[in-house]
Ligand binder design. Structure first.
Ligand code: ATP
Ligand code: MG
Length: 250
């Protein structure tokens, strides 16, 4: 179980502290797929980076299975079983796709055909990619899918995916939903957090957490939260639509 207690994250801008996360307390239960959603800029990726240890909270504590991990590095958290797929994946020059999967799986001798299974799961034709270098020649969607494949290979106790759908085409997206649904059915003692804006992903959630303006707006089961989110007025509407095409500024 992951527990965040009174997490505050502030950044300095012009000598002033700006609150990105404002007193966030959250419990991510075991054996569940939790989807974190909410408006752009609400603080979801910051929350994910705090869970993975990429950034440290200004104050507050994080516990993983009862252990205080607040001051632990990314590597130590990964050793404890926290796997993370970034919203914008990192490229690793000189490293091949197969090496990344072997590294994630922790088996240097993992056969190429076994490594290929993870690429196939995210809809990549494995033989075309397995020996490619993880560099800028890969498209955004390819890179994203390779990163998801590495998190699948890790089989972490807690897997965190930040907007896995970003840059993924419609055909692969369908495949991805099936992958997450399969993970959920075989979740046993582990847990999954997916940060997403997609209704299709929200529909397979056990729990939904709405993050808004650096706070938890609400949390509950899919049945409780989803009806509140679907069909509500869009953020743009509530701010007033600016009609760019009227050309009123001439
Ligand atoms: N280091 C930083 N300096 C200044 N502002 C920051 C910093 N990190 C995050 N922010 C701001 O904090 C807010 C939350 O960012 P975050 O990336 O967590 O949002 P998000 O909910 O993931 O949004 P999206 O849905 O667009 O991915 C944004 O307004 C962002 O500009
Ligand atoms: Mg984000």
């Amino acid at each position: 179980m992951l527990e965040l207690k009174n997490i505050v994250y502030q950044v300095e801008e012009n000598g002033e502290g700006i609150g990105i996360l404002n007193d966030v307390s959250l419990v991510i239960p075991d054996g569940k797929l939790t989807v974190i959603t909410g408006p752009n800029g609400g603080g979801k990726s910051t929350l994910a980076r705090i869970i993975a240890g990429v950034v440290k909270p200004t104050s507050g504590k994080i516990f993983f299975n009862g252990q205080d991990i607040t001051d632990m590095s990314i590597t130590d958290r990964a050793r404890l079983g926290i796997g993370f797929a970034f919203q914008q994946p990192v490229r690793f020059k000189g490293i091949r796709v197969v090496d990344l999967i072997r590294l994630a799986k922790g088996e240097k001798k993992l056969s190429s055909s076994d490594a290929c299974k993870y690429l196939a799961a995210v809809g990549l034709c494995a033989k075309d990619y397995i020996n490619r270098e993880v560099n800028s020649s890969l498209s955004g969607g390819e890179l994203k899918r390779i990163e998801i494949a590495t998190v699948l290979a890790k089989k972490s106790a807690l897997s965190v995916f930040d907007e896995p759908e970003a840059g993924i085409d419609l055909w692969s997206f369908q495949n991805l939903i099936e992958v997450f649904d399969g993970m959920r059915k075989n979740i046993e003692g582990s847990s999954i957090i997916i940060i997403s804006h997609q209704e299709r992903i929200l529909q397979i959630a056990d729990e939904i957490v709405l993050v808004k303006e650096g706070k938890i707006d609400c949390q509950g089961t899919c049945d409780e939260i989803l009806p509140k989110l679907v069909g509500t007025e869009s953020a743009v509407k509530s701010c007033g639509v600016i009609d760019l095409w009227k050309g009123g500024d001439n």
